[in-house]
Design a protein around this ligand. Structure first.
Ligand SMILES: C[S@@+](CC[C@H](N)C(=O)[O-])C[C@H]1O[C@@H](n2cnc3c(N)ncnc32)[C@H](O)[C@@H]1O
Length: 295
């Protein structure tokens, strides 16, 4: 199984699908969400999907209404324009990596396997996790570990990295850090460090900002933006952008005091997983689903 889709029904409901509409799934993966979207479209409907990982292309759906684009979603606007698409009726993003990607040892995302320090979702990019741990300065390592990994002892981790590098494998890297791993929380500690490196390798925060900005531009009036994030930093960007149209969450007003915002928030609070959803897919444990409608 490539990936079990998270919140499938809520995402489909959130997209409020018009059967003859045009939809974009910017994180195709195993195609679970895309398959469900196609089931709600009639013969005039269209679905475009993006994935930057070549492995996802094997899941391409054989359907004349479907187009899969092997690109980063930060180029959403360019590629939709290339296909002569002016507006979309809905855009879905299920951020981060798939279970398949975690389970491929050679990709280096998982702390469970010995592998090279890679962590690229897109093999066409040059920068790997090894480049970060072996070349970045202490200050940058500390910032990445603190911000993307939410690690309190980021400075201490960066100290050890700088003292003991170079590293070439995931296991050598983790064993150098094991002396400072909090007792009984070793697995979480390792996962947070890997998460931080993965976000930096794939420039995930800037890609998300680009996606959100372009979504506001590419959505038709009443079009829906549905985003699932798995990290508080991502969720804050999504929340602020849906509320205000900027990443700081500052609502600007016109001369008459009317708020100038691109979206109406459908979810005031994010939808989070209940026991049933968590049982279906353990990945849903940290998900936050937010839905907004273009004004
Ligand atoms: C969580 S999985 C999506 C799973 C999918 N919803 C399903 O039902 O199978 C995320 C997918 O998005 C891709 N991805 C993540 N960030 C991306 C980006 N910036 N551009 C394009 N694809 C991206 C990953 O390669 C991965 O295949």
């Amino acid at each position: 199984m490539y990936h079990i889709p998270v919140f499938l029904e809520s995402c489909i409901a959130g997209l409020n699908i018009q059967p003859n509409g045009l939809y974009v799934d910017v994180t195709f993966g195993g195609g679970g969400h895309s398959t469900a979207i196609l089931q709600h479209l009639n013969e005039e409907g269209k679905l475009f999907a993006f994935d930057q990982d070549a492995d996802a292309l094997q899941n391409a759906i054989d359907d004349s209404r479907f187009t899969l684009i092997h690109q980063n979603f930060r180029y959403l606007k360019n590629f939709l324009k290339y296909y002569k698409i002016e507006k979309a009726n809905g855009i879905l993003a299920d951020l981060g990596v798939s279970s398949y990607q975690f389970d491929q040892p050679e990709k280096g995302f998982s702390t469970r396997f010995e592998s090279s320090l890679d962590m690229r979702m897109d093999q066409r990019n040059d920068k790997t996790a090894a480049d970060i741990v072996n070349d970045y300065e202490w200050e940058s390592l500390t910032r990445i570990l603190r911000t993307y990994g939410e690690l309190d002892n980021a400075a201490k981790i960066a100290d050890i990295i700088v003292q003991q590098r170079p590293f070439s494998t995931t296991t050598a890297f983790l064993s150098a850090l094991s002396p400072i791993a909090p007792r009984h929380r070793e697995a979480k500690f390792a996962a947070q460090i890997f998460q931080a490196l993965r976000i930096e390798v794939n420039d995930e925060i800037n890609a998300l900002k680009d996606l959100l900005t372009q979504s506001a531009e590419m959505l038709a009036v009443n079009g829906r933006l549905v985003v699932m994030s798995y990290h508080s930093l991502e969720d804050r960007l999504v929340k602020n952008f849906m509320k205000s149209g900027n990443f700081e969450g500052n609502i600007e007003k016109d001369f008459f005091g009317n708020p100038l915002v691109p979206f109406h928030c459908i979810t005031r609070k994010p939808i989070v997983a209940d026991e049933i959803e968590m049982e279906k897919n353990s990945r849903s444990r940290s998900v936050k689903l937010r839905i907004a409608e273009k004004i």
